[in-house]
Write a protein that binds this ligand. Structure first.
Ligand code: NDP
Length: 340
């Protein structure tokens, strides 16, 4: 069983040296070694998600998930095939998505961690993105937290990523005016040409973010979907409209700093009567069936696009994960462990 092991807690900016690939022996044919209610999985696709870096740090107060143990395989979202099951809700051959190990084979307590995949006419890897946790994040964050109305002006940061590309498309489907920021020309082109954003800009080429936002939102922003934090949030606060809403999904620009940057323009929350709300997608998984009902038809009718950045091989998973923090990924970062 090939595994990605976290060698030590990450400090400062992460790099691949904190992870190693090890090979342990696993006897075939694969059968559960005990009669518990776990399931034995063959992992197919793994998802690289920014929150995982928090799990690679020493336990700390601002994290909402437990840290990984040094010397143990890391875990995260993935798509897998059930090889054997002691859980009556799963059987051999089932396809599932949820939390699994960064390894070829895993034994997982299924009831807590896994959703059964019932629709297989779509790419299976989409269950790491559009049809999985990031898709639910975009849906909950936009539709449940932002209370959006047709015609409103929406701004999204990290807009071409796993979550952002979907928020923009949900907002367009509702009839909003949508602008996204991203870190390269290629990503900006995707936003405008593939995902149908009204406008997009490369924040790395804007010396004055406040001026850039004023250019795209002369009348201000009704909804900001926050993925990055820091300077972007400060500039947005200067440009919000009265009764605006900010869904705080993530602040990736802060995750690897020793000390988070200060935010200076919070007084605008009062003056503009802004509602700013953080959320964690896992609190909302009861909405997953409703979400699928909305999104599957859109996908089948070609009304939603989804761009993935697919890397082959578990041995390339560490660099793929680190790449999220340098903006290397174009779209949802997926690692293929096995295609069947
Ligand atoms: P992405 O696919 O968007 O990948 C991360 C992207 O973030 C990079 O490609 C890069 O894009 C951008 N980025 C990296 N470093 C910086 C930086 N210093 N400043 C600005 N941008 C940066 O990731 P996801 O779509 O999976 O996640 C987006 C956000 O949503 C993250 O903050 C994540 O933590 C959060 N999240 C929150 C959840 C919740 O439940 N609250 C659940 C899932 C995700 P670029 O080239 O454009 O800079």
């Amino acid at each position: 069983n090939k595994q990605v092991i976290m060698k030590d807690y990450v400090s400062g900016f992460p790099d691949e040296s904190y992870m190693s690939i090890t090979i342990s022996t696993l006897t075939l044919p694969l059968k559960l070694p005990f009669s518990g209610n776990g399931v034995l999985l063959k992992n197919l696709y793994l998802s690289c998600d920014p929150y995982m870096i928090n799990r690679m740090r020493k336990p700390h107060a601002s994290s909402y998930v437990d840290s990984f143990q040094p010397g143990s395989p890391i875990s995260g979202y993935g798509v897998a095939k059930v090889l054997d099951s002691g859980d009556p809700n799963f059987k051999e051959g089932d396809l599932v998505w949820g939390i699994t190990g960064w390894e070829e084979y895993s034994i997982i307590n299924a009831t807590q961690a896994l959703f059964k995949i019932r629709h297989t006419d779509v790419p299976l890897s989409y269950y790491t993105g559009l049809l999985g946790m990031p898709g639910m994040t975009a849906y909950v964050g936009f539709h449940e937290i932002c209370s959006p109305q047709k015609g409103e002006r929406v701004f999204i940061s990290a807009a071409s990523g796993a979550v952002g590309q979907l928020v923009g498309q949900f907002a367009k489907l509702l009839g909003c005016y949508v602008v996204g920021s991203a870190g390269s020309k290629e990503k900006v082109d995707l936003l405008k040409k593939k995902f149908g954003f009204d406008e997009a800009f490369n924040y790395k080429e804007e010396p004055d973010l406040d001026a850039a936002l004023k250019r795209y939102f002369p009348e201000g922003i009704d909804i900001y979907f926050e993925n990055v934090g820091g300077k972007t949030l400060d500039a947005v606060l200067l440009n919000m409209r009265i009764n605006g809403r900010i869904a705080v999904c993530g602040m990736i620009s802060q995750y690897n700093l020793e000390k988070p940057e200060g935010v200076h323009n919070l007084m605008n929350l009062i003056v503009k009567r802004i509602r700013m709300q953080g959320f964690i997608v896992t609190d909302h998984y009861n909405l997953y069936p409703k979400f699928l009902e909305l999104v599957l038809p859109y996908l089948r009718q070609g009304k939603i696009e989804y761009v993935e950045d697919i890397i082959e091989g578990l041995e390339n998973a560490p660099s793929a994960l680190i790449g999220l923090f340098t903006g290397r990924n174009v779209g949802k970062q997926v690692v293929v462990v096995s295609r069947e």
